[in-house]
Design a protein around this ligand. Structure first.
Ligand code: NDP
Length: 249
């Protein structure tokens, strides 16, 4: 399929997991792709694995000056943007009673403040008719103990998909979300929790999934590519679950 031929796509967190798989998928469908992330090392690795002239910009989305830098660089190298995948995010888990201010701030700064301004600051750089996709989570509408701060950020992001869709419809810009269930990416190793705790938690999580397995990042990328494409031309404000049924069944 070449549904994204000639389109310019930006992916935050394109150097790992779901973002990396989506960068590859967008390129395979004909788009010119720019990725952003904080780690120079994983950005360099991603440039090698994605190839085909992908543009990498080191940027921390929680810092507004970095978001400005990202769009200035994309504009200079690729021109106006047709597809924006707001994907950068972190997950740090703790019970409500034990959630520190720093754990709360870190997640809100990245997952919602970062995402919010990634959308806002993109506006002058987006073509009319563009597609924005936000990466939420099944956690935005479920009640998994120990995830209160993370889930709150994702619920806020789900809300942003609706209000941004309402505001941007006049420009023909569609705004949608994908809500992954448990997807096999490096995010679990980055939670700061011991490996045994994560392994235990992951097996409990998968037991709740009707399809009884983790999803793969490529399976989320497929849904993102659909929302980015003209196949989704009359779809805005929705959230598509990519979760083996755990959010619905
Ligand atoms: P990864 O940890 O593999 O990827 C996260 C990406 O976000 C990395 O590329 C990371 O790059 C980037 N990132 C994190 N913080 C920042 C920041 N402040 N500025 C710029 N980039 C940042 O995890 P996933 O691929 O799993 O996660 C992608 C998204 O999917 C997240 O929003 C996550 O919440 C969501 N999601 C994931 C699920 C899963 O089970 N995997 C389930 C539901 C939702 P770097 O570290 O270099 O900054």
């Amino acid at each position: 399929m070449n549904r994204l031929a000639g389109k310019v796509a930006v992916i935050t967190g394109g150097n790992s997991g779901i973002g990396l798989a989506t960068a590859k998928r967008f390129q395979a469908e004909g788009a010119k792709v720019a990725i952003a992330g904080r780690s120079k090392q994983t950005l360099d690795e991603a440039v090698k694995t994605i190839g085909n002239g992908v543009v990498a910009v080191q940027a921390d989305v929680s810092k507004l000056a970095d978001v400005d830098k990202l769009y200035a660089e994309v504009s200079r190298r690729l021109g106006k943007i047709d597809i924006l995948f707001v994907n950068a995010g972190i997950a740090k888990f703790a019970p409500l009673a034990d959630t520190s201010e720093s754990l709360y701030d870190e997640q809100f700064d990245t997952n919602i403040k970062g995402a919010y301004f990634t959308v806002q600051k993109a506006l002058p750089f987006l073509n009319d008719g563009a597609s924005i996709i936000l990466n939420t989570s099944v956690a935005d509408s479920t009640g998994n103990a120990g995830t209160s701060a993370y889930s709150s950020t994702k619920a806020a992001l789900r809300s942003l998909a609706r209000t941004a869709a309402a505001e941007l419809a006049a420009r023909g810009i569609r705004v949608n979300a994908v809500a992954p269930g448990p997807i096999a990416t490096p995010i679990f190793g980055r939670t700061g929790l011991p490996k045994e705790t994560i392994d235990q938690w992951a097996s409990e999580l998968v037991a709740k999934v009707p399809m009884k397995r983790f999803g793969q990042p490529e399976e989320v990328a497929g849904a993102v590519a659909f929302l980015a494409s003209q196949d989704a031309s009359y779809i805005t404000g929705v959230e598509i679950n990519v979760d083996g049924g755990v959010g619905q069944l």
